[in-house]
Design a protein around this ligand. Structure first.
Ligand SMILES: NC(=O)c1ccc[n+]([C@@H]2O[C@H](COP(=O)([O-])OP(=O)(O)OC[C@H]3O[C@@H](n4cnc5c(N)ncnc54)[C@H](O)[C@@H]3O)[C@@H](O)[C@H]2O)c1
Length: 383
């Protein structure tokens, strides 16, 4: 069978999720190629060597520029923080390597557009890491909407609620630095519910938002470790330069209206991503922390039977679910990465467009930027 040699940049949160997915794809799906964990890239030699051993990579590197030029890798998988995505992706496209890049695709819509255009003209396959599109229960929501079961859509209500920085002494990790992350809750987690809204109900027309930073200064740490921030404090304080919460309203081209709330200050909510969609014939509701389930309300049920029913999206007819276990044997977060990696492999092998691709990543950045502009200008902004 065909082999695809992976060159993965980054080995922490997303690096672990992606490299785990490489191993699982062919175990459960009949993909047209299998992924070889060929080379891993990070900045610290000791740490990247240890990660390469642990994750089963054949080799490792500490310089991403020479790494991308290696002729023994077929695709570059970018899981570094957002400020590095563009430079890395542009070089990979120049080298005609296929690219998988984490979200948000770039720091600005302008950069994201440059990435999309250059990947497109290089003729490579490009995919962006909106992994929630690959949850079987969310695919079921899409199927019900596409089949017209919800009728005309009136409302999209999206929430992405976390609480990992509620403690004011939580240190100044890279996600709180605008120069590295681009934005806070906005680009990190609003990006996911924006993409889901587009995936499920279509394109945005206009937006109006607000953002808030509750804790403006935090302890500086000498080293950090993604969301867990295990670094040692230097004793100094530094400025938080991103939003802690980002909330906006939207109108869709279809005429539907939406509300979006992303926050890292929803005390008690760890990864509370949820949405509800209401249409003329029914509604659906999804909550990530119960990701195998979709709630569906059918307005044509006789009134004495009406109510939301809970569907366990674990049957073989549920997209991606059938590849795993018998019905009712539930799947989890890591499976979303296996599904997206399977999709990426199939796009490379078939030469067809990946979905979601850099154009989707760019449109998401355009919506994020439009919300920022609406805050600056104090009114509605067309997307
Ligand atoms: N799809 C999702 O649900 C999801 C979840 C978390 C993060 N992300 C995205 O993934 C990206 C990474 O986030 P994370 O949580 O994995 O971060 P992280 O801090 O856990 O890991 C970042 C990795 O990038 C490496 N890195 C940083 N700069 C580098 C450089 N110059 N050269 C080589 N390696 C470098 C670090 O060594 C580390 O291994 C971000 O864009 C983030 O928005 C997506």
């Amino acid at each position: 069978m065909k082999k695809l040699n992976a060159g993965l940049i980054g080995y922490k949160f997303m690096g672990r999720a992606h490299s785990n997915a490489y191993r699982q794809v062919n175990h459960f799906f009949n993909a047209d190629a299998y992924i070889v964990p060929r080379a891993l890239c990070g900045r610290n030699q000791t740490a990247v060597r240890a990660a390469a051993e642990k994750f089963g990579f054949e080799t490792y590197d500490t310089d991403w520029k020479s790494f991308i030029k290696r002729d023994d890798i077929d695709f570059v998988d970018i899981t570094s923080p957002s400020n590095m995505h563009m430079e890395m992706a542009l070089m990979a496209a120049d080298e005609k390597k296929h690219i998988f890049c984490e979200k948000p695709l770039a720091m600005t819509a302008k950069d994201a557009k440059t990435m999309w255009k250059s990947a497109k003209s290089a003729g490579i396959v490009h995919q962006v890491g909106f992994n929630y599109r690959f949850v079987p229960a969310i695919r079921l929501a899409k199927r019900l909407i596409d089949e017209g079961k919800l009728g005309s859509i009136y409302h999209f209500r999206g929430l992405y609620l976390q609480d990992w920085i509620v403690d004011p002494n939580f240190p100044l990790v890279w996600r709180l630095d605008k120069n590295v992350a681009g934005s806070g809750a906005h680009g990190d987690i609003n990006a996911h519910i924006i993409d889901l809204a587009r995936f499920l109900i279509g394109d945005f027309k206009k937006v109006m938002g607000m953002k808030k930073t509750f804790i403006k200064r935090r302890p500086i740490v000498e080293s950090m470790d993604g969301l867990s921030a295990s670094g040692i404090s230097s004793g100094n304080m530094g400025d938080v330069t991103v939003d802690d919460a980002s909330i906006f309203m939207a109108e869709f081209k279809s005429g539907a209206v939406g509300t979006f709330e992303a926050t890292r200050f929803a005390t008690g909510r760890r990864n509370g991503m949820s949405f509800e969609i209401n249409g003329s014939k029914g509604s659906v509701k999804f909550e990530f922390e119960r990701m195998n389930e979709l709630q569906y309300y059918n307005a044509s049920d006789p009134s004495y039977q009406q109510g939301f029913k809970l569907i366990s999206a674990t049957e073989s007819e549920h997209e991606f679910a059938g590849a795993w276990w018998p019905p009712g044997h539930i799947i989890g977060y890591e499976h979303t990465f296996v599904h997206e990696m399977y999709s990426f492999v199939q796009a490379i092998c078939s030469g067809l467009k990946a979905n979601p691709d850099f154009e989707d990543g760019y449109i998401c950045c355009k919506i994020l930027d439009a919300v920022d502009n609406s805050i600056k200008e104090g009114g509605w902004i067309d997307v």
